[in-house]
Design a protein around this ligand. Structure first.
Ligand SMILES: CC(C)(COP(=O)(O)OP(=O)(O)OC[C@H]1O[C@@H](n2cnc3c(N)ncnc32)[C@H](O)[C@@H]1OP(=O)(O)O)[C@@H](O)C(=O)NCCC(=O)NCCS
Length: 185
């Protein structure tokens, strides 16, 4: 299968169960990478999923009709944010995550957003280094917005280790659409 054979389409509320199952399946990858705190299954709530689907803020990747990945656009303070993104471990490394991330960046551009933010692991290769390829930059703690500080506190209270996490921001007003690194690939 190639990236071209996978369709990115708006999510439907009925995609909830499969998206949660994909999310749960990826947790083992974090546990294997030394993060047992990901084993407890925190994921998006059904009502939040349905609302985002109905508002055009969720997309799924479908391989011949079968959902194999998804991305959720949330907000963090005044900024649009990648709320969640997962690709079925059996389908990773084939460009599906890149297609979902491009969809998210495109949505932000179309909406006239200045920035797109996210928070992620700094110490796993499929998180911070991967997002850097799309033009996301680490936001240093001194530069965190109030909303970022709040997110950090909430996640810390929920058991995440923020010594290995980062806030990142993609500026949308300058530079190539998908980041110099990605454009060159
Ligand atoms: C992040 C994620 C969505 C990327 O999806 P994907 O479909 O694998 O994305 P792509 O195929 O476009 O690119 C993934 C890149 O990471 C690399 N990668 C992934 N796992 C890797 C590993 N264990 N070691 C080395 N490289 C790895 C891939 O090789 C690929 O790079 P390449 O294009 O040079 O081959 C997916 O890894 C995932 O669902 N992870 C678990 C959940 C998660 O981390 N979500 C994001 C939280 S902020």
């Amino acid at each position: 299968m190639t990236e071209d054979e996978v369709a990115i389409r708006p999510a439907l509320p009925s995609d909830f169960n499969v998206c949660v199952a994909i999310d749960v399946a990826t947790e083992a990858q974090f546990v294997e990478a030394g993060h047992p705190e990901f084993a407890d299954g925190g994921t998006i709530a059904c009502a939040e999923f349905s609302a985002a689907a109905n508002n055009g803020r969720l997309a799924v990747a479908a391989d011949q009709g079968v959902v194999v990945g998804w991305v959720y656009l949330a907000t963090e303070g005044d900024e649009l944010a990648i709320g969640q993104m997962s690709v079925d471990p059996g389908f990773q490394g084939r460009g599906i995550g890149a297609s979902l991330l491009r969809w998210a960046i495109e949505q932000a551009l179309v909406a006239g957003e200045q920035t797109l933010v996210l928070n992620t692991q700094s110490d796993v290769v499929w998180n911070k280094p991967w997002y850097e390829r799309f033009g996301f930059e680490t936001v240093e703690p001194a530069e965190w917005t109030v909303a970022m500080q709040h997110t950090t506190s909430e996640q810390t209270a929920a058991g995440l280790d923020w010594s290995t996490r980062v806030h990142m921001r993609r500026r949308l007003t300058t530079g190539p659409a998908y980041g110099a690194g990605e454009a060159a690939r």
